[in-house]
Each structure stands twice: as structure tokens, then as C-alpha cells.
Design a protein around this ligand. Structure first.
Ligand code: GDP
Length: 414
């Protein structure tokens, strides 16, 4: 994810660095930025806001020609960073604990259109709650789509959770209310309510969601959007937010080739935080959205410019005697978090050709991270593992392929 945005910002900063800073240059650069952002699926009004913010800061500024790139980068980061700060964040578990103290269940309604990954995200979140030792009941309040109840039942069976369901065509608000009554009588901590995925343009169906919300009065409503759907997701979020003031969103499929614009746009358009990113098809593939990781991914390899205005770097971990696991990339980019010049230096030092497959790229990325962690030793100073470990790469490729062939439930851990 975020690859498109990365390019958008990188292009904008680099082209300015080669020019004198004057009003005409800024006009051209802003136009370039606008096109790149549009291609990265950032919504129009968000682009306008970024543009006007930048314009204000750049025009009339006296910037050393050599400092222009850093200046543009700092200001871009500042705009995006403030945008995320302004929408705030939510500590769901703290809020669940507050309700728990009052002996009341915490109710969450999941909304979004069909196919975005709403049911899967609900199941992932249920699994996360279980991990944190909260008890959960699930309400099958999608009584509209054929197969919806069975799909949810598969998940609840696997997770060993109580499912409250009625027949298709029954009143979804009544199902949700039943689940709340169950939670109250069984002292269950959380109720997760699945709703029918409906097109945001279907007024009738949107009114049904409004009814569910009125009847159960949830503590939280979460919008689930597909980060691959780009501007469509932004339009869905805007429309849903009109009917149901949701509190935050989950963006699914960020493990696939999403461009990053959706996270930025949804936060801006709805003034609500992105809570989680869906990063795959396992129950554990739900990661908290992290603004700093987003910024690092988007701006990470714009060069060696040190950011003084806003510190977006991840804090140095405390030294421990245990070797640390390699952090799992949040994006598809195998070189996530590694600067371009570090990749180039490593390739030069160890004479590494460009990787020929995804599996090789992932392996190479991990090695470069390890090399950086080891203090960037030169050849001969430490053990450098052979890059061409074909057998292992082949095995990874095979595993990936067979994962794709198995169905949804086959892919989940048993
Ligand atoms: P719903 O109709 O909105 O409830 O969507 P589903 O939960 O049935 O998901 C639709 C498809 O998207 C399924 O094949 C899911 O396995 C898949 N999916 C959901 N979340 C993710 C994700 O984060 N990453 C990937 N790669 N696939 C996902």
C-alpha cells in the first residue's frame, strides 16, 4: 500500500529541488502534485486542502536553493501529519473497559457495502478481542444477503463465539436487539453487529441501518472500506457518514496493491480516524493504523533529508539481549522502511543484482534491514547470507500460490 502516494510526493519534491523557487514554479509543481495525488486516489477536496496549505507556505518564502527539497518535504509532511492529528484517535479497549466497569456490554455496529471485507474484518476484530480476553457475542443483522448468516456462522464456529441470528428477511434491528439482551443477561463484554452491505445510494437500505442504530444505540460504529477501491471508497464513506455518523474506519486489503490515498481522504472527508488496516486473510491480519508508519512509508525514501520540524521517526527501541524479529512490512513494498541510498549501498557492496521475483525481493529487503541493524558491515566483516537461496525462495513462492488456491476459510488458521 501507499506506493502511489510515495511516488506522488517524491515527484513533487524532486522536481522543485531543481528549480528556483518562484510563483510560476510553484504553480507548475502544485499542478504536478495535483495530478499525482489524483492518480493515488486522493479525493479532490483533500488535494485542494494540501495544495492551498503548501501554497501558503511556499509562496514568498526565501529558501536556499539547496534547501528547497527539504522545505517542500517538511511542509508536505506537516500538512499530512496535522490532518491525521486533527481527526484524533480512539482507544477502543479503554472505552470497552469503561462500559465493563458499569456492567454494560460495549456495542459496535459494522457498516459498509458488500464485498469490502466487512464480515471478515468483524471476525478479525472479534479474534483480537478474544486475544485480549474480552467475551464477545456476534449479531447476524445482515438478514438481506443470501449466505451472509452462514458466512458469519463459519467465523463464529471457528472462533468459538456465540452467534445471535434469525431467518433471512427478519428485522435486522430485532436481531441486534436480541444480541444486546443476550450480552446483558450473560455479562458479555462486547456485541459486534454485522449489517447488510448495501450500496450507499440505496436510500431505503441506508434507512434500515439508521433504524438499527436507533434501536441499539451502539457505543461505536465502524465503517469498513476497501482500500483498493480508491475514490469509490471515499464516496462510500462520505455517503455512509451522512446517514450514520460513524466513529472510525477499517481499510481492508491494504496488503494488495492499494495506493494509499484512501486512508488520507477518508480521514479528511469524514473527520474520523482510520482505526485499522486489513493486511491479509488471516484473523491476525488486522493492524492498528499508525500515522508515523504511513508518513514514513510515503516519505521514506525522498533522500537523506533529516526532518527537524516534525519527528516522524519510530523511537529507537530499548536495547535488549533478545534478538528482535524483523518488523512485518505494512505494505507490499519489500523494501519498506529502507532508504533508496541504503539499498544502493548494499547492492554495490555485495554486488547484488535486482531481484527477479517478489519472494527474492522480500528476502533481500529482510537482509538489508538486518545489515542496517548490524551497523552496515562491509563484506568480510560479518556473515552475509547468500542471496540465491533458490530452494527457500521456491518454497515461499509455492506456499503463496497454494494459499491463493485455497478458499477463504481454508486460508484461516484452524
Ligand atoms: P463483506 O461482503 O463486506 O462482508 O466482505 P467479506 O468479509 O466477505 O470479504 C470479501 C473478500 O475480501 C473475501 O474474499 C475476504 O477474504 C477478502 N478480504 C477481506 N479483508 C481482506 C484483507 O485485509 N486483505 C485481503 N487480501 N483480502 C481481504
Amino acid at each position: 500500500m501507499f506506493d502511489g502516494l510515495h511516488k506522488a510526493f517524491s515527484n513533487a519534491a524532486k522536481s522543485l529541488g531543481e528549480k528556483e523557487l518562484n510563483e510560476k514554479d510553484i504553480k507548475d509543481i502544485l499542478f504536478e502534485l495535483e495530478i499525482s495525488l489524483l492518480e493515488s486516489d486522493v479525493a479532490g477536496e483533500v488535494i485542494d486542502s494540501i495544495k492551498s496549505d503548501l501554497k501558503e507556505k511556499l509562496i514568498g518564502s526565501k529558501v536556499d536553493k539547496n534547501e528547497i527539497e527539504k522545505f517542500v518535504k517538511d511542509n508536505l509532511i506537516f500538512s499530512i501529519s496535522s490532518l491525521f492529528d486533527n481527526v484524533g484517535s480512539i482507544d477502543i479497549f479503554e472505552r470497552i473497559d469503561e462500559k465493563k466497569k458499569k456492567n454494560q456490554p460495549f456495542l459496535i455496529v459494522f457498516v459498509g457495502i458488500n464485498g469490502t471485507g466487512k464480515t471478515t474484518s468483524l471476525a478479525k476484530f472479534a479474534s483480537l478481542l478474544q486475544e485480549k480476553k474480552y467475551s464477545v457475542v456476534v449479531a447476524a443483522a445482515d438478514t438481506f444477503r443470501a449466505g451472509a448468516i452462514e458466512q458469519l456462522r463459519e467465523h463464529t464456529n471457528r472462533l468459538n463465539l456465540k452467534l445471535v441470528a434469525q431467518n433471512y428477511e427478519s428485522d435486522p434491528a430485532a436481531v441486534a436487539r436480541d444480541a444486546v439482551l443476550y450480552a446483558k443477561s450473560h455479562k458479555t463484554d462486547c456485541v459486534l453487529i454485522d449489517t447488510a452491505g448495501r450500496m450507499q445510494t440505496s436510500k431505503n437500505l441506508m434507512e434500515q441501518i439508521e433504524k438499527i442504530i436507533k434501536v441499539v444505540n451502539p457505543d461505536m460504529t465502524i465503517f469498513v472500506g476497501d482500500s483498493l477501491a480508491g475514490n469509490d471508497t471515499v464516496n462510500q464513506a462520505r455517503e455512509f457518514h451522512k446517514y450514520v455518523k460513524f466513529d472510525g474506519s477499517i481499510l481492508t486489503k491494504s496488503d494488495a496493491d492499494a495506493k494509499g490515498g484512501a486512508a488520507l481522504s477518508i480521514a479528511k472527508v469524514t473527520s474520523t480516524p482510520v482505526l485499522y488496516l486489513g493486511t491479509g486473510q488471516e484473523y491476525s491480519d488486522l493492524k492498528s493504523f499508525d500515522k508515523d508508519i504511513f508518513l514514513e512509508t510515503v516519505f521514506g525514501s525522498l533522500g537523506d533529508v533529516k526532518i527537524e520540524k516534525i519527528d516522524v521517526s519510530t523511537p529507537e527501541p530499548e536495547p535488549t539481549s533478545e534478538p528482535e524479529p524483523t518488523p512485518k512490512p505494512i505494505s507490499d513494498d519489500p523494501f519498506y522502511g529502507i532508504k533508496d541510498n541504503e539499498i544502493a549501498k548494499y547492492s554495490d557492496l555485495f554486488d547484488i543484482p535486482p531481484p527477479e521475483s517478489d519472494a527474492k525481493a522480500i528476502k533481500l529487503g529482510n537482509k538489508i534491514r538486518q545489515w542496517i541493524k548490524d551497523g552496515k558491515p562491509k563484506p568480510g566483516e560479518s556473515k552475509v547470507i547468500s542471496f540465491n537461496d533458490e530452494a527457500e525462495i521456491h518454497k515461499q513462492d509455492k506456499e503463496e500460490e497454494s494459499k491463493k488456491k485455497r478458499g477463504l476459510f481454508g486460508r484461516f488458521k484452524k
